[in-house]
Design a protein around this ligand. Structure first.
Ligand SMILES: Nc1nc2c(c(=O)[nH]1)N[C@H]1C(S)=C(S)[C@@H](COP(=O)(O)O)O[C@H]1N2
Ligand SMILES: [Mo]
Length: 338
């Protein structure tokens, strides 16, 4: 039987894990700097807080292994533990040491991937180990403990931040979204990033056209555009770059939007697509150039979407079709699926 202290540790772990997953998902989607700062601190503190709970959990595991604990799902428990340790280690590595890709995979990508893989194991492991909350759990002591955990986690976060500035580690210079600056003003240095499985297509600038509500707009019209915007492309892979983007503001091309329309569906020649709220229209740019240079194939040439304030996965590359529709923008997976 699991003692009262053990049960409390498990409930605490589960609570913190769920909060870490939720805040991590939020951090992945948030583009605006103000929102991101709060979410990043909460997510970082929760992650370090999980590490603080490791000694207590180790004690439970040791007792469980020595007998008494449920044998069912033990393998899932081991897999869960390893994936979570990998996720926490790569999370700290990314937060401290800068954007580094090993064979095209960044520490942050491993952090997110390991966490996503841990989820099913968490469900498997928790099944049959349900920890019932009891009335006697809700004491002043529990509250004090939760408070102490919060303070401890934030202190760990602050200590890490102070250490980074003291040792001048790369982590002190992150954007509030957690990303590192690479290639601002110099698009050639910017990483070429695909969300998941997309590949850079072979295209011809000369014959390229964008179909806007079925109206074809030739590349030359867009490349002759004089609208510019300085905006930050901030990839969830952990890097960002600020460029001066040039092309044609989408609002110039969409002067009349029929009543009842609610979103703008932007579709790549590869099939990758994102649906943006119509309210974004005034911000959007169909860009053909960055820093005065035509966009390279990898960076979305001939034409890509520039969506200031949104994370990189909204900046659809190789834009081929745009449709204004009556569907709400949220009628799509929260993150692209390919
Ligand atoms: N068609 C298409 N557009 C895409 C993607 C993709 O996989 N396919 N990836 C997005 C993501 S996740 C980012 S961060 C940016 C990266 O732009 P870059 O390769 O020019 O740096 O493009 C976005 N646009
Ligand atoms: Mo990205």
């Amino acid at each position: 039987m699991l003692g009262r202290a053990g049960r409390r540790t498990n409930v605490a772990l589960m609570t913190v894990l769920c909060a870490a997953f939720a805040s991590g998902g939020l951090a992945f989607g948030i583009g605006t700097v103000d929102g991101a700062r709060l979410v990043a601190v909460v997510h970082g503190a929760l992650g370090l807080g999980l590490l603080l709970l490791v000694p207590w959990k180790s004690a439970i595991i040791r007792r469980g292994m020595a007998g008494g604990g449920p044998a069912r799902g033990r393998k899932a428990g081991v897999a869960l533990g390893l994936l979570l340790l990998l996720s926490m280690a790569t999370g700290v590595l990314h937060a401290v040491s800068g954007y580094r890709g090993i064979a095209g995979v960044s520490a942050l990508a491993v952090h997110v991937g390991a966490a996503a893989m841990a989820l099913p194991f968490l469900l498997m492991h928790a099944r049959g180990r349900r920890q019932r909350l009891r009335r006697s759990d809700l004491t002043r002591r529990t509250l004090l403990r939760a408070g102490a955990f919060g303070v401890g986690s934030l202190a760990a976060y602050a200590t890490l931040a102070a250490t980074m500035s003291l040792l001048e580690l790369p982590g002190r210079q992150r954007r509030p979204t957690g990303s590192y600056e690479i290639g601002s003003g110099d698009p050639g240095v910017m990483p070429v990033t695909q969300w998941f499985t997309d590949a850079v297509p072979v295209v011809s600038r000369a014959s390229w056209q964008v179909s806007l509500n079925l109206r074809p707009i030739p590349y030359s019209d867009l490349a002759g555009g004089i609208d510019t915007v300085r905006a930050v492309l901030d990839c969830t892979g952990g890097w960002y770059a600020e460029q001066e983007w040039r092309g044609v503001a989408l609002s110039r091309l969409l002067t009349q939007v029929p009543a009842g329309m609610r979103s703008i569906d932007v579709i790549s020649s590869t099939g990758y697509r994102r649906r943006l709220p119509l309210a974004d229209l005034d911000q959007l740019l169909l860009a053909t150039h960055a820093a005065g240079q035509p966009l390279s194939d990898g960076h979305g040439g001939p034409v890509r979407l520039v969506a200031p304030g949104r994370r990189g996965f909204w900046w659809v590359k190789w834009v081929q079709r745009i449709e204004v529709t009556a569907e709400p923008w949220w009628l799509q997976p929260p993150f692209p699926l390919h």
